[in-house]
Write a protein that binds this ligand. Structure first.
Ligand SMILES: Nc1ncnc2c1ncn2[C@@H]1O[C@H](COP(=O)(O)OP(=O)(O)OP(=O)(O)O)[C@@H](O)[C@H]1O
Ligand SMILES: Nc1nc2c(ncn2[C@@H]2O[C@H](COP(=O)(O)O)[C@@H](O)[C@H]2O)c(=O)[nH]1
Length: 179
């Protein structure tokens, strides 16, 4: 039985877009980065400080945490315990560290959904988003795609001319989960 869909892939590939489209309740993770325009605390992330995340780690409250682009990102263990206990289905966006830890802890209950797009498209999407770290974010593109290829159970090519197929694939996949 699958309880957790973990979206994995390089920055700008379209993980959040496909997560929204799939419409499976998200697990809200923690970050020390500042909110982007339009992001809401408790919805997009629990926005907090590095110190709070480190304290949560010391108190054993985290399943894992990672550093990305100068900020910390963390998943709280309790969010997943609740999903597993209730037999619900939830989705989360993580990097390869998060995906590995989820897999280690919950095995077959986790499905890793890889999302990628060509690097030049990722750059232009991040620039359109006015991301101040657009180029830094794609420095690690190659290694993130390699990690995704190793860890993902299913990979979606989310290039712009493939959008209709990406949507169809995640829709079909969601249907399967409820059958
Ligand atoms: N198939 C697509 N074609 C064109 N634009 C797309 C496509 N998918 C997503 N986008 C756009 O690309 C931008 C980045 O998408 P999104 O935020 O979903 O990426 P992400 O993988 O979650 O990125 P990050 O890890 O940096 O948060 C958004 O503006 C989104 O609307
Ligand atoms: N290991 C974890 N990685 C996470 C978590 N939450 C997000 N992420 C990763 O960070 C990037 C960047 O996110 P952004 O919102 O600043 O664009 C994201 O793509 C994920 O790969 C987490 O809790 N743990």
């Amino acid at each position: 039985m699958i309880n957790i869909i973990a979206f994995l892939g390089p920055s700008g590939a379209g993980k959040s877009t496909l997560q929204d489209f799939m419409d499976i309740p998200p697990v809200v993770t923690w970050t020390s980065r500042s909110p982007r325009v339009g992001e809401v605390d408790g919805v997009d992330y629990h926005f907090t400080t590095q110190e709070t995340i480190m304290r949560m780690f010391e108190e054993g409250l985290l399943l894992e945490f990672t550093q990305y682009n100068g900020n910390l990102y963390a998943t709280a263990a309790a969010s997943f315990e609740q999903v597993i206990r209730s037999g619900a289905l939830a989705s989360v966006i993580v990097d390869s560290n998060g995906a590995s830890e989820l897999r280690k802890k919950y095995g077959e209950r986790v499905l890793v959904l890889g999302v990628y797009a060509p690097v030049e498209e990722c750059i232009s999407r991040l620039q359109k988003r006015r991301d101040p770290n657009a180029l830094e974010r794609v420095f690690t593109y190659q290694e993130e795609v390699q990690a995704m290829q190793k860890l993902a159970d299913l990979i979606v090519n989310n290039a712009k001319d493939n959008w209709e197929r990406s949507k169809r694939l995640v829709q079909l996949f969601k249907k399967q989960l409820f059958m």
